[in-house]
Unconditional design. Structure first.
Length: 256
């Protein structure tokens, strides 16, 4: 089947930038989408449905692709590095809306607050892997899923540190081209393998758990700084009046 998203002469995705070289397009995507990640928190109302998921993709890729925010209308087959030459069974185009709706409903109905952190990390990984496996867009599914995960986790009380995940977007290789670290996409692939073929979600779970711990720590640090800045300093006008406590008394001093 002919892929209408591809430039016939180059095999590169059609794009608004007029780029015909694959590596150049990859580099441009990284630069443009990174700037989109920076303001993602102020962009959306948080209703976690299909329209919300599509709006994330549109926000990230609207400067690159005409079809940003639109579900693909062709099947996807990708030879995966971690599945030597094999592809996962990504959703067929007609299956995308129903499968996406089902996964999102599951995520929305899960009682995240009742779970210990270890269990929460494992369950969140499992559900994210199923969300990612749908692959509703022709390109950009991993970044859209990570962005969704960041907003969803924040709204449910376990904020992810997106920076720690973005650091794993690309594989790392040595001077001989040998892979020294697999990408987060590779870890999504392993987590999304069907049960009968022994999936390996622990690699992705490790990254998700680590990012949640980091995100919670940063949230606490931010709160401590906010509380600390609200305590009047010794030079402030209010500290010089006659009712001020002695300098060695600190009844509400925040922990250092």
């Amino acid at each position: 089947m002919k892929d209408p998203y591809i430039q016939p002469k180059t095999g590169v995705l059609k794009n608004k930038l007029g780029i015909t070289d694959y590596n150049e397009l990859v580099s441009a995507e990284k630069d443009i989408t990174f700037s989109k990640f920076l303001n993602i928190g102020e962009t959306f109302n948080t209703k976690f449905d299909i329209d919300f998921f599509k709006s994330i993709h549109k926000h990230i890729f609207e400067d690159i692709f005409d079809w940003a925010g639109e579900f693909r209308n062709v099947p996807i087959v990708k030879e995966e590095v971690v599945l030597p030459g094999l592809s996962l069974d990504y959703a067929k185009p007609k299956e995308i809306p129903s499968r996406l709706k089902s996964v999102l409903e599951k995520m929305n109905s899960t009682n995240w607050e009742s779970m210990p952190l270890e269990e929460k990390s494992a369950e969140f990984t499992r559900q994210l892997a199923q969300l990612w496996l749908i692959h509703p867009f022709r390109d950009g599914n991993t970044r859209t899923t990570l962005t969704f995960a960041t907003i969803f986790s924040r709204e449910h009380g376990f904020p992810i540190d997106i920076g720690s995940l973005l650091d794993h977007l690309s594989r790392k290789t040595d001077e001989n081209g040998k892979i020294t670290r697999y990408s987060i996409r590779d870890k999504f692939v392993l987590a999304a393998i069907p049960e009968e073929y022994s999936p390996e979600p622990e690699h992705l779970t490790y990254l998700i758990h680590k990012s949640i711990v980091s995100g919670i720590s940063k949230k606490i640090e931010k709160l401590q700084k906010t509380l600390g800045s609200s305590v009047p300093s010794s030079d402030s006008p209010s500290s010089s009046n006659s009712n001020t406590m002695p300098s060695n008394s600190h009844p509400d001093e925040p922990e250092k």
